[in-house]
Design a protein around this ligand. Structure first.
Ligand code: SF4
Ligand code: SF4
Ligand code: SF4
Length: 264
């Protein structure tokens, strides 16, 4: 059985997909997503939501695999894959993802809470052609600081989409610094809405006791010390301590940990 993801954005058939081991990113677009929508060309693919990163055309033959994608800043994260076509401005896309951090992150640590807020403000200024070279440089530096000082993987990855977009699509950023973006001018569609649409307080990370082998790997990797248990018995997650960083889901070799939605 494969892993479940949500495929969205500029593909012909967005929706919930089951991805078998070894499936390449290109196969995800062409076979599972029915190809690019409206005959447009591929520009980038965002994997992992607000703490994930951007994949470009020359990386599409990589498999959807944590080890293969880690060098590109991508992680499973919220399990959402967003495909972006040639008409998307990456400055606008990054702004959408940075704004999503405000709803998706728990706000427990100052670095992430205040840092991502300021990053979103600076990004908003860039979108509106109000940020110059220096302000854009400050935005990238702030992303590095948050990466180094945030408590969990969610905060640490909050600037990865920005960093990968700035490196791969410098022209989009330069257009906004210079005050005119042809893509934003012609764009008439609704902006990309990152995430799975479930509010933070309705998400919960849980361990399935029938699948858990009691190996303790998740507990040893949880920065929030939210996971406990006895070796060779099912482990448990304390929802009051869990910051929903997805690290344990990515690490469990038995697929015993999942995100569930609770009644709101
Ligand atoms: S615990 Fe994680 S998600 Fe919460 S504010 Fe800190 S870095 Fe952000
Ligand atoms: S990593 Fe998976 S199998 Fe191991 S204790 Fe955690 S939930 Fe159980
Ligand atoms: S329990 Fe899992 S999702 Fe929650 S904080 Fe720990 S590692 Fe992150």
């Amino acid at each position: 059985m494969g892993k479940t993801y949500i495929l969205k954005g500029d593909v012909a058939r967005p929706g919930r997909i089951e991805v078998e081991k070894g499936t390449t990113l290109r196969q995800i677009i062409d076979d599972l997503g029915g190809g690019m929508a409206n005959g447009k060309a591929f520009k980038a693919m965002q994997i992992g939501g607000p703490s994930g990163g951007l994949i470009t055309e020359d990386q599409l033959d990589l498999p959807l695999d944590a080890k293969a994608l880690a060098p590109y800043g991508c992680r499973r994260g919220d399990g959402v894959i967003t495909v972006l076509d040639e008409d998307r401005c990456m400055v606008d896309v990054v702004y959408s993802f940075l704004r999503a951090t405000q709803a998706d992150f728990c706000g427990k640590c100052i670095s992430c809470r205040e840092g991502t807020k300021r990053m979103a403000e600076l990004m908003g200024e860039l979108v509106e052609y109000k940020a110059d070279d220096a302000a854009t440089g400050m935005l990238l530096e702030l992303g590095e600081v948050v990466h180094m000082t945030a408590f969990c993987a969610l905060g640490k990855g909050s600037a990865t989409t920005l960093e990968t977009a700035a490196a791969a699509f410098p022209d989009d950023f330069q257009n906004h610094i210079e005050g005119r973006c042809p893509l934003c001018e012609k764009e008439t569609r609704l902006p990309i809405a990152p995430g799975d649409g479930i509010p933070y307080d309705r998400k919960r990370i849980v361990i399935d006791p029938d699948k858990c082998k009691g190996c303790s790997r998740c507990a040893r990797s949880c920065h929030a010390e939210a996971i406990s248990g006895e070796l060779k018995s099912p482990f448990k997650i304390d929802p009051d301590k869990c910051v929903k960083c997805y690290t344990c889901i990515e690490l469990c070799a038995f697929g015993a940990i999942e995100e569930v939605t609770i009644d709101g």
